[in-house]
Design a binder for this molecule. Structure first.
Ligand SMILES: [Zn+2]
Length: 161
């Protein structure tokens, strides 16, 4: 396919909108869904966030049977190095971690990584997801306009941020 937009990277097959990737919903391996459900209950945005992210990474790797290292280098960009089998995170953002983990699972396919991470995040953090706004495929937080706010509130009273 020809490159139509100069500023877009060659491998950057990013979906253009969040709706393109969250509908229809993705179905996950039950072990992996359980891992993220447990992580969600651990109140990821409270206490020692980096230790919680590391636990999540180890448990997800185990669920998929992959051997990938993850480390934090705050201040740099987040990325997955396929040669070193290494995820580098510049932020404790849960969506970013899930995104880079999806690259570890399935390579440089951005459409897959965005779909995987946003679906997984929505499944376990519906309230936080509802507060995101989207600029193309990029999830931005916080924001206005929660959809189905009342319903989600009742369902997720314990969800923390
Ligand atoms: Zn990516």
């Amino acid at each position: 396919m020809p490159r139509l937009k100069r500023r877009r990277s060659i491998r950057g097959n990013y979906p253009t909108a969040a709706n393109d990737v969250i509908d229809p919903p993705m179905v996950f391996k039950p072990e992996a869904a359980n891992v993220v459900a447990r992580f969600a209950r651990s109140k990821p945005w409270r206490g020692d966030q980096l230790t919680k992210r590391e636990k999540l990474h180890k448990a997800l790797s185990k669920a998929y049977g992959i051997d990938v290292t993850m480390e934090f280098r705050l201040g740099m960009g987040s990325f997955y190095d396929s040669k070193k089998r290494l995820i580098v995170l510049a932020t404790p953002s849960v969506i970013t971690q899930l995104h880079e983990f999806a690259h570890a699972l399935n390579g440089s396919d951005e459409e897959y990584a965005v779909r995987w991470s946003l679906n997984m995040f929505r499944d376990h953090f519906p309230l936080s997801f509802s507060r995101l706004s989207f600029k193309g495929h990029l999830a931005l937080k916080p924001i206005r306009k929660p959809f189905e706010k009342q319903k989600l509130k009742r369902k997720n009273e314990n969800e923390s941020e």
